[in-house]
Design a protein around this ligand. Structure first.
Ligand code: ACO
Ligand code: ZN
Length: 235
């Protein structure tokens, strides 16, 4: 009993029953299951965040060494776009998985298993400093639901049907290509990297034709993703 009191004092907490985790800094009530649950989640996210920050600082995660026969599908003055397909060298696949993990972490997505992993196409924007600064993951789809209006809250019925918080149509429209992830490194945003990734996708997704904006669909758009998509599709 005494050691427990001591521990609480050590943690510097002010409210009775609360503890501060010495690893992640969260103050929570250990006896409250809901609090405990939130702590476990925060703890995990915090440590994952540190893991990525370390990788990031070491320049590890995003360094792109490429391979001899990498598929350069577009070149620009500030970088190039490389297409990675499911049967490419494990070096490229691992890099894609690392980037996707980081993106999912940033977007708060749970691990999403692609519907047809064999048909996934990943476009990486490699900066002239040989860093992966943009990523677009696309897969073939047959239909999509048009986004109708602003978010109506996470509990709205439409969010259940469409798996997203936006109000969307329940009339499916034909589509060809779904963008399951699009992401640009924070310090490189608003330099038209996402736009160039989507342009390149439209050009390369199906051999011999340029997809119209009606044929591509963004899955589960975030606020950033929605602003970008709205702008992209109207210009
Ligand atoms: N706010 C307002 N308008 C925006 C924004 C924004 N955050 N982002 C893009 N736009 C519009 C602008 O009009 C922009 O043109 P401008 O800069 O000339 O005004 C136009 O879209 C083109 O933007 P890009 O420069 O090509 O976009 P960027 O390279 O910055 O990437 C992205 C946009 C991918 C959404 C980026 O902000 C990002 O990675 N965000 C975090 C991850 C994320 O939310 N991804 C979308 C998830 S949804 C999904 O994956 C299906
Ligand atoms: Zn903790």
């Amino acid at each position: 009993k005494e050691t427990k009191d001591q521990l609480i004092i050590d943690a510097g907490q002010k409210h009775f029953g609360a503890t501060m985790c010495k690893s992640c800094g969260m103050i929570y009530t250990a006896s409250n299951p809901e609090d405990e649950m939130q702590h476990v989640q925060h703890h995990h996210r915090f440590l994952e965040g540190i893991k990525y920050a370390v990788k990031l600082n070491c320049g590890f995660l995003f360094l792109w060494q490429g391979w001899k026969k990498e598929r350069v599908v577009a070149e620009f003055w500030d970088g190039k776009i490389v297409l990675v397909l499911p049967h490419d060298p494990s070096y490229a696949i691992r890099k894609v998985e690392d980037v996707q993990e980081l993106v999912d972490n940033e977007l708060g997505f749970q691990q999403v298993v692609p519907r047809c992993p064999n048909k996934t196409k990943t476009f990486l924007f490699i900066s002239d400093e040989k860093r992966v600064v943009g990523c677009l993951i696309a897969e073939p789809i047959k239909q999509a639901f048009r986004v109708l209006s602003e978010p109506t809250g996470p509990e709205s019925p439409s969010s259940k049907e469409c798996h997203r918080a936006w109000q969307c149509s329940n009339v499916p429209e034909p589509a060809v290509c779904g963008i399951s992830r699009i992401w640009v490194f924070r310090l490189k945003r608003r330099k038209r990297i996402a736009r160039r990734l989507v342009d390149t996708l439209r050009n390369c997704f199906m051999f011999g034709c340029f997809l119209s904006t009606d044929e591509i669909a963004f899955s589960d758009p975030t606020p950033d993703g929605k602003l970008f998509a709205a702008k992209y599709c109207n210009t």
